[in-house]
Design a protein around this ligand. Structure first.
Ligand code: HEM
Length: 566
């Protein structure tokens, strides 16, 4: 028994009807699978009742023919629609990306999305179609309109995919899409990073910095994986300031298993975020970061258990959870257990990979540019006196921020060259039929009309490396551009956005700055550093830096430290 021509035509017709339906009500992966399953079982039932003399093998062959006709027609119809009829059809970009976001998977697996987006803008211009319904806008004028407080855009489907299908009141702040909910929660978070809160973290920050220096001291003369020590430092800081409990990676001098798992899983999050269908499938697979989640949940449980001691004043250390366990005074919003749990993971992830990447890369660049290192060191001596590198010398946070211009410039320049969150942050324009968004582009002095329900991003790396924003030599490490921007050919301050922008921008920015300045100033004072024998910095930059939403490295930055003579 083979299907008749009429059967095949019916399959093709059904595919076209499905496409019409799918175009209006974008289905989830389980819905698509359910349609296939129900359709197939119904066909088998019909075949069995109308052709009882044929064998089950014949019915299955017949079903396979019809399924192939259905799938091929559905995919062809979707492809033709996306290329020739879609509301974004007039925007330039590679056809592969207009057809499907699956085309991003090889690039994301290689961790090269920021470089690829930058090269797409060089080829196609400032507005590029980078997905069936997605545009990348490489223009400083679009930042406020897409990410700013007045923007009608909200977080895009990447964030839904990244939260792995958790229900409402179970999400972390970062993946909370509803703007009202985000605002209430953000106010609670903001309290944890207020001036007073940051002051209360200073002593702990100094203590962790001392611990790091002591451990590095013990390793002078031998080889150290400098980037990993920066990670140990940042993870310990976040566990201590997050939950008043140390992961103690610095003490152990190695990663614990949950943190290692987390690092491995970041790439998966990047790929799954690009292709939401994949994330639906991944949801039924074993959770790769279960150990990490159990670990942060356990830390949270212990922390909540200690709340009573803190209230009694037996433990007066303040931490970020002191604030997250409170409520928003304006709306009375109080976090659920699942939200607190998700935020426990967020504290660790958001605060660690980012800060550690900047520290690793700034030390890398200072070793590569000894003249700049000397400049920073001289300034530290001028500000703090010649004995500032003495042990236990507590550097003043305000002086580090306000008087150490070169120290701040090298950190800024590192974040310009290697923003730790390197790809554009995804937002979605409103979906109502009359909700087109008109963006005013600065460089081309033109406007672009963005159709409703378009996914948008402003590509951070492309902006940071654009000669129209930073000149001369936008790809070179030139911290002097931040020392005196007025002397630069081009310095577009608004195009520098390593911490994101607007109401969803980085809540931990000030803490990150305190941590980075303190660690770097102390490190520079105490150690001379060289690349380890055989380490090739040029090759390292070319081959070992990957974007997995936050920056990761595929090999250690090998250095040899020596203690500076007093
Ligand atoms: C150099 C260090 C850091 C950089 C470059 C950085 C960068 C960013 C960026 C670009 C965003 C926006 C992400 C988005 O819109 O999807 C963000 C958000 C966030 N960051 Fe940071 N970050 C850093 C350090 C920290 C630290 C130390 C913390 C402390 C916990 C932190 C906590 C957060 C949180 C909670 C969010 C989500 C904010 C929200 O959705 O309202 N970050 N960060």
């Amino acid at each position: 028994m083979l299907p008749t021509l009429l059967d095949v035509q019916a399959s093709v017709g059904l595919a076209l009807v499905s496409h019409l339906f799918y175009a209006n009500y974008e289905p989830s992966a389980p819905t698509v699978l359910a349609v296939y399953l129900v359709g197939s079982l119904s066909y088998l039932f019909l075949a069995a009742t109308s052709h009882p003399s044929s064998s089950p093998f014949d019915w299955i062959v017949s079903l396979a023919v019809l399924q192939t006709a259905y799938t091929a027609s559905l995919l062809s119809s979707i492809a033709a629609y996306r290329l020739f009829f879609h509301r974004l059809r007039s925007f330039k970009g590679p056809s592969s990306l207009a057809l499907s976001k699956w085309a991003w998977v090889p690039t994301d697996l290689a961790g090269q999305r920021p470089a690829k987006v930058t090269s797409l803008h060089a080829t196609y211009g400032d507005v590029v179609r980078v997905g069936p319904r997605e545009l990348s806008i490489n223009d400083v004028g679009a930042i406020n309109q897409i990410l700013g407080g007045q923007s009608a855009c909200r977080k895009g489907p990447w964030y839904t995919a990244a939260h792995g299908g958790k229900g409402p009141r179970s999400l972390s702040l970062h993946v909370t899409i509803d703007t009202g909910d985000h605002r209430s929660r953000r106010r609670i978070w903001d309290a944890g990073f207020s001036v007073a809160a940051l002051r209360s973290y200073e002593a702990q920050l100094r203590q962790t910095t001392r611990k790091l220096l002591t451990q590095l001291d013990a390793r002078t003369g031998g080889e150290v994986a400098m980037d990993q020590w920066c990670q140990f430092y940042a993870f310990d800081v976040m566990s201590e300031l997050g939950f008043s409990r140390s992961f103690d990676l610095i003490g152990k001098g190695s990663f614990s298993k949950p943190i290692e798992l987390l690092e491995g899983a970041m790439q998966a999050i990047m790929v799954l975020g690009a292709v939401p269908y994949l994330s639906a499938v991944a949801r039924v697979a074993p959770n790769p970061i279960k150990d990490f989640e159990d670990f942060t949940e356990e830390a949270l449980r212990e922390r909540v258990g200690r709340s009573a001691e803190k209230k009694r004043g037996d433990d007066d250390r303040a931490d970020i959870f002191t604030h997250l366990l409170g409520e928003d005074k304006a709306t009375g919003w109080k976090h659920t257990w699942n939200e607190l749990n998700a935020d426990a993971g967020l504290v660790v992830v958001a605060g660690s990979d980012t800060t550690s990447s900047v520290l690793a890369m700034v030390i890398f660049h200072l070793v590569k540019h000894p003249d700049v290192l000397e400049r920073v060191r001289k300034e530290l001596h001028d500000v703090f006196g010649h004995d500032y590198e003495e042990e236990e010398h507590d550097l003043d946070f305000d002086k580090l921020a306000k008087e150490c211009v070169w120290l701040n410039a090298v950190l800024n320049e590192t974040m310009r060259l290697y923003p730790p969150v390197a790809s554009g942050l995804q937002r979605e324009s409103p979906s109502g039929a009359s909700s087109s968004l008109v963006l005013n582009l600065k460089h081309s002095a033109s406007t672009v009309v963005v159709p409703p329900a378009t996914i948008l991003s402003v590509p951070t790396t492309a902006l940071h490396h654009d000669p129209r924003n930073f000149s001369p030599s936008p790809d070179a490490f030139r911290p002097e551009r931040f020392v005196d921007p007025s002397k630069e050919e081009r310095f577009e301050a608004a195009a520098f956005m390593p911490f994101g922008y607007g109401p969803t921008g980085c809540v931990g920015k000030k803490l990150a700055w305190m941590e980075m300045r303190l660690m770097l100033a102390n490190f520079i004072g105490r150690f001379d550093a060289n690349f380890a024998p055989g380490f090739d910095p040029e090759k390292y930059v070319r081959e070992c830096i990957k974007d997995t939403f936050t920056m990761t490295r595929t090999a250690p930055i090998r250095m040899v430290l020596s203690r500076r003579a007093r």
